[in-house]
Design a protein around this ligand. Structure first.
Ligand SMILES: [Zn+2]
Length: 229
């Protein structure tokens, strides 16, 4: 059972065994942002916190972010994420979202930003009213998974660079792993680290993760787990 922590009157975070997800409430609706790793009853838990109609938006479809999706017949997700979602056993109907879409919870607009790289359909969500960016797994100070068939470090770097056009519209970033909140200047550091890896300038350490031999590139601000080529 995930631990519930209130961030403010209209925002909660759910701490779920090393991953977190969020409940955001507007005047008219509430939105879960992801459904965690071990919280199949995420919907029920959220409905104990709010009486508002509840929608779900997924930042991406890795298994640690979709455990409670079964509680929703339909949910918002990038269509580029569908293959990853179905492969992870995901059910239900995807309501496609793309860059520029705004999902308004009632005086709480959530702006969708395409942010591929960690996965093909990763999105970030800009909570304009509270000046917070929720960036899925792409911006965090833990170890960012960049191995496996759906990842691309080059695409990841491009996506983080494109985030700069939203500079000044948010003050904090809510990450799904690691520290919360993190500061916007982490993005520039992640671009630098990922670029060093992509250009072969960084040195990784071999580690075994869930049976995969991968390389861990550890920087002072975050790590990247990459294919051992
Ligand atoms: Zn994750």
């Amino acid at each position: 059972m995930a631990e519930l922590i209130k961030i403010n009157e209209n925002t909660w975070r759910f701490e779920d065994d090393g991953v977190r997800f969020f409940l955001l409430c507007g005047n008219d609706r509430a939105a879960l942002i992801d459904t965690g790793m071990n919280t199949p009853d995420a919907r029920k838990t959220a409905e104990q916190l709010t009486n508002l109609p509840l929608i779900l938006i997924n930042t991406h479809a890795d298994r640690d972010h979709i455990s409670g999706n079964t509680g929703f017949e339909e949910f918002y997700m990038s269509p580029a994420e569908e293959e990853n979602y179905r492969e992870s056993g995901g059910k239900g109907t995807i309501l496609p979202v793309k860059e520029g879409d705004v999902i308004d919870l009632g005086e709480r607009p959530l702006r969708i930003i395409d942010n591929p790289g960690h996965t093909p359909g990763s999105i970030a969500i800009l909570d304009e009213k509270y000046r917070v960016l929720i960036a899925g797994d792409s911006v965090q100070d833990g170890n960012i998974f960049m191995f496996g068939k759906y990842r691309s470090i080059e695409t990841y770097i491009d996506s983080l660079k494109k985030l700069s056009k939203y500079d000044g519209t948010y003050d904090e970033i809510y990450a799904m792993h690691g520290t919360i909140p993190v500061k916007p200047d982490l993005i520039g550091k992640l671009i630098e680290g990922a670029s060093q890896i992509a250009s072969g300038m960084a040195t990784g350490t071999k580690v075994n993760l869930f049976g995969n031999d991968v390389l861990l590139y550890k920087f002072p601000y975050a790590g990247f787990l990459c294919e051992d080529k």
